[in-house]
Design a protein around this ligand. Structure first.
Ligand code: NAD
Length: 554
């Protein structure tokens, strides 16, 4: 580890600017926040989360981004190409301050081999979703999505509560780490297998996980006891999922619910092959990456076979957005797609209303600012019981990581309304400093990903990638503070195209107008994309809000 590099990651807080305006300042603070050691999974390597999802291509690029943001004028736009700043153009005050394109490859070349070759030559980086677009906020950023997924699963299969059920999953990384808390928030018991003990410890320290177990017996015993008494409990089980699932089958253990969030989308950097220690894996990855990928893919295939076997025995099984089924299918597991992805199974209706993982961050660094915005949510949406319950529960159970922030699934109409409220709160001085408003790329209208967000679309348009491009373009035109277009996030190279957006509420009238535009077009694209695909709820939402779609049936 190079401690000099770690010293470059600053915790800028308060109201003094290090740049020439709050929009540039927001980009600078969010870049730093993505890499904060309380937020990122491996900041020494610039890795934020999700396998090798990075915030900047290398440390030279990081330095140059920081210098550029510090000198960027209020009528200039900085362009980032796969984590490297390439130019600052004169644009205009209402244009985005930063435009980002990460990991994009021409379709016929869009595979991991080409990417790794370019990555090694220093010509690319993997941006994942919010890593390279500077709006990652740690496990708290996904926890409501994970909570909503399990809540919907409980509604469909277990009388609306996970009480008295055991969920088995794996992977306690940046996103996967939210699973145990999401399960216990729904009243259930969770066993989460993780091969890296440091990750288990990290989730315990940050309140996402309750206890650690070193053996299957210990974990199953504790889980069954909690299930019997209806207690919510999460257990981090140290080991390799590819091996432990089989050991569980041998012991005749079948969970009620089964999923996985290892980074199987990236067999080289995101999955530890069966029987290997972390050290052995690190070594093999360096000296013989081809052999590593071979072993990793074979283990992923076995992992999926074990999932299918548990599903046959009655476990409600789903893919949690890491492309595990595709990797297994490519390895010859013909029935890998027998279990569904989480979006068609549990989430799509929310997308039809433009809902998704909306979030905001207090640039002041003061948690009080977020608590004040919580109150504003409770006031503004007091008739939405589900949402109010979420905010109250989040206040109690979710620790802040890095800059204080809040996640809350708002939809079309709600985001623009709340964005204006945030801007007013900044203008009146109720909040100490401006607020950054953003979302995950995993959102209603910002992603094409046939094995995840757009799996099994009603009209068969799963692979159509025009939508995220239109999403990015309209958000840039509307004056978002930064906009990004990425490839390969979530599910790996060749399988997704997606766009990110961030807008700053700095309390000015110009910001109010930009917020109004962007927080309307952005969730609007979610409604339009799903209405165009023939989803009744989306069509109803479009009619209800008078969204002008020229070819939508009346
Ligand atoms: P991460 O790389 O930070 O964490 C992955 C974890 O899996 C690591 O802690 C690693 O030690 C562990 N792991 C790897 N191989 C293992 C094995 N064989 N057995 C047990 N543990 C193993 O990634 P992340 O940010 O947590 O994301 C996980 C996956 O979920 C990625 O594929 C990501 O793209 C996907 N994802 C899903 C959603 C969603 O909402 N469904 C959102 C974001 C990301």
């Amino acid at each position: 580890m190079n401690s000099n590099n770690m010293e470059k990651i600053k915790r800028y807080r308060g109201t003094s600017l290090n740049t020439k305006g709050w929009q540039q300042e927001a980009a600078l603070r969010m870049l730093m926040n993505n890499l904060d050691q309380d937020v990122a999974e491996n900041p020494e390597e610039l890795v934020v989360y999700g396998g090798i999802g990075k915030a900047a291509r290398n440390w030279e690029s990081f330095d140059a981004i920081v210098t550029s943001l510090k000198s960027l004028e209020n009528d200039e736009t900085l362009l980032i190409q796969s984590g490297k700043p390439v130019v600052m153009f004169k644009t205009h005050e209402n244009a985005p301050r930063v435009l980002i394109a990460n990991s994009n490859l021409v379709p016929a070349y869009a595979n991991w081999d080409t990417f790794h070759e370019l990555d090694q030559k220093g010509l690319m980086m993997y941006g994942q979703m919010t890593a390279g677009s500077w709006i990652y906020i740690g496990s708290q950023g996904i926890v409501q999505g994970t909570y909503e997924t399990f809540a919907e699963l409980a509604k469909q299969h277990f009388h609306s509560s996970l009480k008295g059920t055991i969920t088995l999953t794996s992977g306690l990384g940046g996103m996967g780490g939210a699973q145990p808390l999401a399960v216990t928030m729904n009243g259930g018991v969770c066993i989460a297998i993780e091969v890296d003990e440091r990750k288990i410890d990290r989730r315990i320290t940050t309140g996402y996980l309750d206890v650690k177990a070193y053996s299957i017996e210990e974990a199953i015993h504790a889980a069954k006891e909690a299930k019997k008494t209806g207690k919510a409990l999460s257990i981090g089980l140290l080991g390799n999922a590819s091996d432990l699932l089989y050991n569980m089958i041998e012991r005749n253990f079948t969970p009620d619910i089964l999923t996985d969030q290892t980074s199987s989308h990236d067999p080289l950097n995101g999955y530890i092959p069966s029987g290997m220690s972390l050290k052995q894996a690190d070594k093999l990855r360096k000296i013989n990456p081809k052999e590593y990928v071979k072993l990793s893919k074979a283990s992923i295939a076995n992992h999926v076979k074990a999932m299918l076997a548990m599903m046959e025995k009655g476990a409600v099984t789903f893919d949690y957005g890491n492309n595990i089924r595709q990797v297994a299918k490519d390895e010859g597991v013909e029935n890998a797609y027998k279990f569904p992805g989480f979006v068609p199974a549990y989430i799509r209706p929310q997308f039809c209303e433009g809902k998704g993982p909306f979030r905001w961050v207090a640039l002041s660094g003061d948690p009080e600012d977020i608590y004040k915005t919580d109150e504003a949510i409770l006031r503004t949406f007091s008739d939405n019981e589900h949402l109010c319950n979420w905010i109250k529960m989040a206040q109690k159970k979710i620790q802040f990581q890095g800059l204080p922030s809040r996640i809350c699934w708002l939809g079309y109409g709600e985001r623009a309304k709340f964005g204006k409220i945030l801007n007013d709160m900044v203008a009146s001085g109720e909040l100490k400093a401006p607020i950054v408003i953003g979302r995950d790329h995993l959102d209603a209208g910002s992603v094409a990903s046939p094995n995840r967000e757009t799996e099994a679309m009603k009209d068969g348009s799963d692979a159509v990638a025009d939508w995220p491009i239109l999403n990015a373009m309209i958000n840039a035109v509307g004056g978002a503070t930064w906009v990004s277009v990425h490839h390969g996030g979530g599910v790996g190279m060749g399988y997704s195209i997606h766009a990110g957006v961030v807008i700053v509420a700095d309390g000015t009238k110009e910001a109010e107008r930009r917020i109004q535009r962007v927080l309307t077009t952005d969730p609007g694209m979610g409604v339009v994309r799903h209405a165009d695909a023939g989803y009744e709820l989306a069509m109803k939402t479009a009619h209800h809000h008078n969204i002008q779609m020229p070819m939508l049936e009346k």
